[in-house]
Design a protein around this ligand. Structure first.
Ligand SMILES: [Zn+2]
Length: 192
C-alpha cells in the first residue's frame, strides 16, 4: 500500500501544480482577476473606462458637442432605488437591472447627455447643436464606439440611448461571482 502512495503522490502533486498553472494562465489571458464571492464593488470607474470617458469628452468638444456625464459608478442601493422606480415607487421604468445586475455597479458604465447652447442638460437625441446636419447624440455614440464602448442605443430589447459600457469580456454573472477586469488591463474587445 505504501508503495502505491509513493508512486501516486508525486504525480498527484505534479497534476495539481499543472492545474494551478493552467488556472493562472487563464486568468492572465482572460484579463480578469477573481476576487471571490464577497468581492466589494468598486466606488470609482475602472481606470480604462475613466480614461476613455475623458477622451470622449475631448473628442466631442473638438467637433462642437458639449457632452455631460450624468451617471457613472452606481452603488447597489442606488441601483435598487432606480429599479423600484416605475415598479414599487413612483415614476417611469428607467432600468431593467436590479442591484448587482448593471455594469454601472462595477464601475464599467457611464450615461451621457448633451448641454445645449443655453447651458441646459438635454436628452434630445435629435438635437444638432453643431449644425453639421447630423444628430449630436449619434455623433457622440460613434466616437464612443470607436473608443471601444458598447452603446445602449444599439440594444434591441431595452434601448438605452444614454448608456455606454465596457465589459472586458465579463458577463454580469461573472461579475456577480467576483470576477473583475484586470485594473491594468486594456479593453480587449475589438472595435466594431
Ligand atoms: Zn447606463
Amino acid at each position: 500500500m505504501k508503495k502505491v502512495i509513493d508512486i501516486l503522490l508525486p504525480w498527484a502533486l505534479i497534476a495539481f501544480f499543472l492545474m494551478i498553472l493552467l488556472l493562472l494562465y487563464n486568468q492572465m489571458n482572460g484579463n480578469y482577476v477573481d476576487r471571490g464571492e464577497d468581492a466589494p464593488v468598486p466606488e470609482h470607474l475602472h481606470p480604462v473606462v475613466e480614461e476613455n470617458k475623458n477622451i470622449l469628452l475631448e473628442q466631442a468638444a473638438d467637433i462642437g458637442i458639449d457632452v455631460v456625464i450624468t451617471d457613472g459608478t452606481r452603488s447597489i442601493e442606488r441601483q435598487n432605488e432606480l429599479y423600484a422606480q416605475g415598479r414599487t415607487a413612483d415614476g417611469v421604468i428607467v432600468t431593467h437591472a436590479e442591484g448587482g445586475e448593471s455594469y454601472h455597479n462595477y464601475g464599467l458604465a457611464i450615461d451621457y447627455a448633451l448641454r445645449n447652447d443655453e447651458g441646459e442638460i438635454i436628452w434630445d437625441i435629435t438635437y444638432d447643436g453643431n449644425d453639421n446636419g447630423e444628430r449630436d447624440w449619434f455623433e457622440v455614440a460613434d466616437i464612443a464606439k470607436e473608443l471601444g464602448f458598447e452603446w445602449g442605443g444599439d440594444w434591441e430589447s431595452f434601448t438605452d440611448y444614454p448608456h455606454l459600457q465596457m465589459d472586458f469580456g465579463l458577463s454580469i454573472a461573472q461579475l456577480q461571482r467576483g470576477l473583475r477586469p484586470d485594473p491594468e488591463g486594456e479593453q480587449e474587445e475589438a472595435h466594431e
